[in-house]
Design a protein around this ligand. Structure first.
Ligand code: MRU
Length: 359
C-alpha cells in the first residue's frame, strides 16, 4: 500500500463537473436516462423525487447515489415544523431512500452518517437540524470529489506510457459527486501521458458505457473506442488491452467486489491473458460487515430492461429475462484496489484492515 494520506481539502482543486447541485428549489440532478441525446436537469423538492430518481437510474453510480440520498434527507426534514415529528420523519425518509437500491453500499453508508448528524442536532429543533444536515451533505459532496482526485493520483502511477485501458459501465464524474473513480484514474493517467486510448464496453442492458462513459470521455478529449461487451475476449486475446480499471458498488471485507454485470467476465478474461485488473473505489464502498462476495445482495431489475431497447421490443412477446444488475468478481482476480489512501494489494483482509487504520 502506498503511504496513507488524509482526504483533506487543499483548497486549490480546480472546479469539476458534478451531476448534482444544491440550488433552486432543492436538489438539481442531471437526468442520466436522457444522456447523451439531451442534457436535462431535474429539480427534486421532496425526498420521494430523489428516491424515484435513484430507482430509475436518473442518478446512478454508488458514490453519486450516496450523496444524492444525503440531500434527500435534507429535503425530508426541511418541511417539518413540529419537533415531536422530527425523529419519525427522519426514519421514514431514511427508510424510503435506503430501499431504492440494495447493492451500492455507499447509500447505506451515507444514510448511517446522516443519522449521526441528525442525532447530534435533533435536540436543537427542526430548523437547526435541517441546517446541520445540509452542511453535512454539502461537505460529503465536496469530500467525494477530493477523494476521487486522490484516488486518481494513486491509480495513474499504475499505468505505463500510452496504455490502452478498458473500462466497463460508467465510473466517471456522473457516477460520483465529481471526477469519478475508475474514470478519474483514467483521466489522471491520461494527463500524465500514461493512457493512449480507452476501450469502452457498451454495458448492456442500459448502456452506461455507450451513453455515459463515451459522453464523458468525449467532453474530456480522451481518445476512446466503443466496443460491444462481448468484444473483451477478442481484444484481450489480440493483445490490444494493457490494463483494465472498473468501479465498485460494494467491496466485501475479503476484497470480493460487486460491480456492474459483466465485470466478472472481463476479470476472468484479464486473468487468462495476464492483463492487470484494477478496481477503483473509495473506502466508503468497502463494507467490512460483509465478509465475502456471496453475502453481497445483488439487485435484480425488471425483465423489460432486457427485452426492450429504448421502448422497442427486441425479444418475442412475453419473453422473461433474468436481469442481474451486478456480478461479483472474486478477490483473487483483482490485481489491486485503488483507494484514496493508497493502492491495496492481496491479501485484502489485511490491506483493507490497514487502510481503515486497524493496527
Ligand atoms: O447500475 P449503475 O449504473 O448504478 O451501476 C454503476 C456501476 O456499476 C459503477 O461501476 C459503480 O457504481 C461505481 S461508480 C463510481
Amino acid at each position: 500500500m502506498t503511504e496513507p494520506q488524509p482526504a483533506a481539502a487543499t483548497g486549490t482543486e480546480p472546479e469539476t463537473f458534478s451531476p448534482m447541485r444544491w440550488e433552486g428549489p432543492g436538489l438539481r440532478l442531471l437526468d442520466q436516462t436522457r444522456l447523451p441525446l439531451e442534457e436535462v436537469w431535474m429539480d427534486c423538492e421532496i425526498p420521494e423525487q430523489v428516491a424515484d430518481a435513484i430507482r430509475r437510474l436518473a442518478v446512478r453510480g454508488a458514490p453519486a447515489i450516496g450523496v444524492a440520498a444525503a440531500y434527500g434527507l435534507v429535503l425530508g426534514i426541511r418541511t417539518v415544523r413540529d419537533p415531536e415529528r422530527l425523529a419519525g420523519r427522519f426514519d421514514e425518509v431514511s427508510e424510503l431512500l435506503g430501499s431504492t437500491r440494495p447493492t451500492a453500499v455507499n447509500l447505506r453508508w451515507a444514510l448511517e452518517r446522516g443519522r449521526q448528524v441528525f442525532l447530534a442536532s435533533a435536540a436543537d429543533g427542526p430548523e437547526a437540524t435541517t441546517a446541520a444536515l445540509l452542511a453535512w451533505a454539502r461537505e460529503l459532496h465536496a469530500d467525494d470529489v477530493r477523494i476521487n482526485r486522490r484516488m486518481g493520483a494513486h491509480g495513474a502511477a499504475l499505468f505505463a506510457a500510452g496504455s490502452r485501458v478498458l473500462t466497463h459501465c460508467n465510473a466517471g464524474a456522473l457516477a460520483t459527486a465529481g471526477y469519478g473513480t475508475a474514470l478519474g484514474v483514467i483521466q489522471s493517467a491520461w494527463e500524465q501521458g500514461r493512457v493512449g486510448q480507452v476501450w469502452v464496453d457498451e454495458t448492456r442492458p442500459l448502456l452506461q458505457g455507450a451513453r455515459l462513459t463515451a459522453w464523458e470521455l468525449k467532453r474530456l478529449g480522451i481518445p476512446f473506442r466503443l466496443v460491444t461487451d462481448n468484444s473483451a475476449g477478442a481484444l484481450l486475446s489480440q493483445g490490444l488491452v494493457d490494463g483494465i480499471v472498473v468501479g465498485a458498488d460494494r467491496i466485501a471485507a475479503n476484497g470480493d467486489t460487486a460491480n456492474k454485470i459483466g465485470t466478472y467476465t472481463v476479470a476472468v478474461l484479464a486473468h487468462r491473458h495476464k492483463v492487470p485488473f484494477y478496481v477503483a473505489a473509495p473506502l466508503s464502498t468497502i463494507d467490512r460487515a460483509t465478509p465475502n462476495g456471496a453475502a453481497i445482495p445483488i439487485e435484480e431489475r425488471k425483465s423489460l430492461e432486457v427485452t426492450e431497447v429504448f421502448g422497442t421490443r427486441v425479444a418475442p412477446e412475453d419473453t422473461q429475462a433474468l436481469n442481474f444488475a451486478f456480478d461479483v468478481t472474486p478477490a483473487e482476480l483483482i490485481t489491486a484496489i485503488i483507494t484514496e489512501v493508497g493502492v491495496l494489494r492481496a491479501p485484502y483482509e489485511r490491506s483493507i484492515a490497514a487502510a481503515f487504520g486497524d493496527s
